[in-house]
Design a protein around this ligand. Structure first.
Ligand code: PGA
Length: 247
């Protein structure tokens, strides 16, 4: 199963989100491909209605871009995992580098969010990645496995987990990791998860994925899908990436 995940970030208005989903719905997918869309909170309900209108067979599930680790309470501006479930989400992104950087979210917080989300029945897409300095000094794999170790809660449900490897220097920059670097990092992540007894956890690549580089990345046996930011906002691009996963 290949996962094509769209991270819309803080983009799109209601009309453009509806149009984009409709165009995604016109791209046929087999059971081999699963699509996940992560809209901003205010667009989740619209995305659900639009997706249901197109039909469940389009294999599009929805996710929140973040959640709080508490079930409820005095947390202005935050959204709980249960609220995401109620809104129709099956997934949540946690630990995205933009959250880690812009909201000082450390890995312990990410682990707490993962735990809270799985407790509500959500599947978690947990993001990890190294920065350029760590990559250039040969510390990428050590950095990523340490980040993963700290971001996983003690008890984690492997059936409700996916990892997104997103090198920070590749996000939104047009720079992509080479297929051999991606293969090596994904292998390290797969090995680490296996050592923990976490089986069959999909590992996705993210960072400037586009229709031109998607095929080479998706062809790697260590890659179970892609998490797409910028290119996911354009119907032709995300559909071309989806079709690359079919082949
Ligand atoms: P990008 O974003 O595809 O625009 O690099 C990916 C992400 O941040 O999830």
């Amino acid at each position: 199963m290949m996962i094509i995940a769209s991270n819309w970030k803080m983009n799109l208005d209601r009309l453009s989100a509806e149009q984009l989903l409709a165009e995604m719905g016109s791209c046929p997918v087999s059971d081999k491909v699963s699509r996940i869309v992560f809209p901003s909170f205010t667009l989740i309900d619209l995305a659900r209605t639009t997706r249901d209108h197109i039909g469940q067979t389009v294999h599009i599930t929805l996710g929140g871009q973040d959640c709080h680790d508490a079930a409820s309470g005095a947390h202005t501006g935050d959204v709980s995992a249960a609220m995401l479930v109620e809104a129709g989400c099956q997934w949540v992104l946690v630990g995205h580098s933009e959250r880690r950087q812009n909201h000082m979210e450390h890995s312990e917080k990410v682990a707490a969010k993962t735990k809270a989300a799985q407790a509500e029945g959500l599947s978690v897409m947990l993001c990890v990645g190294e920065n350029l300095e760590e990559r250039e000094s040969g510390k990428a794999e050590a950095t990523v496995t340490a980040m993963l170790a700290a971001s996983l809660p003690q008890q984690v449900d492997a059936d409700k987990l996916a990892i997104a490897y997103e090198p920070l220097w590749a996000i939104g920059t047009g720079m992509t990791a080479t297929p051999s670097d991606v293969a090596a990092m994904h292998q390290a992540i797969h090995n680490y998860l296996k050592d923990l007894g976490l089986k069959d956890v999909p590992v996705l690549y993210g960072g400037s994925v586009n229709p031109d580089n998607a095929s080479a990345l998706l062809a790697l046996e260590q890659v179970d899908g892609v998490l797409v930011g910028g290119a996911s906002l354009d119907a032709d691009s995300i559909n071309a990436i989806t079709l690359a996963a079919e082949n």
